[in-house]
Design a protein around this ligand. Structure first.
Ligand SMILES: *[C@@H]1O[C@H](CO)[C@@H](O)[C@H](O)[C@H]1NC(C)=O
Ligand SMILES: *[C@@H]1O[C@H](CO)[C@@H](O)[C@H](O)[C@H]1NC(C)=O
Length: 280
């Protein structure tokens, strides 16, 4: 065969490879999916640090989760250059990145800590509080923390070191706050709601099954994205009906965005979705 007869075959092979690899559709765009980490346990609470490309996550030991007699075992990790690094000496339960001030907060079962340059967690505040979630919006100086056992939400002003209960959000298992200070959350494994800034009554999103919400993250372009059992949804503060962005064939546990790329975790694995190599 000479090059001229081979060319159409090569092109066909290439387009099949492309179609095959770019077969994941997110918001109408083609994406590839690669597994960037396999690990024993459930990686959850994914948080990406755009300053150094670290991906933070909480690893839940599923055997201890299923055993009612023991406390659920979890550890805080950083995925850096493809390697998981465990944060020692604290029981880390969630991370939040303060992008503007280049700081990483780790919520632990004994207060709030800050990571230093050698990835060690150093106590900063909320001694004796069992912090199960943390969220830092990219704007402002407020850090949101969720405290066990009632999963009440508190707003910590990092400059003034003031702590205030967030009224009108009864509890939260997952939480994200958008650029307009609207609070998106799910409480008690029920429905996903949003408390609009300045309002007292949270609004419930429709169309998402009860018990289906797994994680919420914010895209770089400020869209709020929910990872639910059957896929990814765009949650808008002015529309009760979420827009489905992607179907998933696994149950997600965490989601985080890195510009146009994003990460979704599930039992034993962290996937990266990218559209870099996909021609439209
Ligand atoms: C598609 O995936 C295969 C196998 O993973 C890889 O060898 C090939 O380079 C990929 N092609 C493109 C166009 O990304
Ligand atoms: C980081 O924190 C640990 C634990 O407190 C401390 O021993 C270490 O000296 C700190 N490293 C830096 C670079 O500050």
């Amino acid at each position: 065969m000479n090059i001229y007869t081979m060319l159409p075959i090569l092109l066909l092979m290439l387009s099949t490879a492309l179609a095959d690899n770019c077969s994941y559709i997110y918001d109408g765009m083609q994406y590839t999916r690669t597994s960037i980490l396999t690990i024993k346990g459930l990686p959850t609470n994914l948080v990406f640090n755009p300053n150094n490309k670290d991906l933070h996550f909480t690893l839940i030991d599923l055997e201890s989760l299923q055993n009612d007699d023991v406390q659920t075992k979890m550890d805080q990790y950083i995925l850096r250059n493809g390697e998981p690094i465990k944060i020692d000496d604290v029981n880390g339960q969630a991370a939040a990145v303060d992008v503007k001030n280049d700081r990483v907060y780790i919520g632990t079962d004994d207060g709030l800590t800050l990571l230093n340059k050698t990835d060690k967690a150093n106590f900063v505040s909320l001694k004796d509080e069992d912090i199960v979630q943390v969220f830092k919006p990219n704007h402002g100086d407020d850090l949101y923390v969720v405290v066990f056992p009632n999963n009440e939400v508190f707003k910590i002003n990092l400059k003034k070191n003031e702590k205030r209960r967030v009224q009108y959000v009864p509890c939260a298992f997952i939480i994200a706050v958008d650029a307009d200070d609207n609070i998106f959350y799910e409480c008690d494994s029920k429905y996903v709601k949003v408390l609009l800034k300045g309002f007292h009554e949270p609004i419930e999103f429709v169309g998402i099954a009860k018990n289906a919400a797994r994680a919420i993250a914010i895209e770089d372009n400020h869209r709020v994205v929910l990872a639910a059992n059957d896929g990814l949804y765009h949650l808008k503060s002015d529309n009760l009906i979420p827009k489905k962005l992607m179907n998933l064939d696994f149950v997600p546990a965490g989601i985080a965005f890195d510009d146009d790329d994003f990460f979704v975790s599930t039992n034993g694995i962290v996937y990266k979705y990218s559209n870099d190599e996909c021609e439209e």
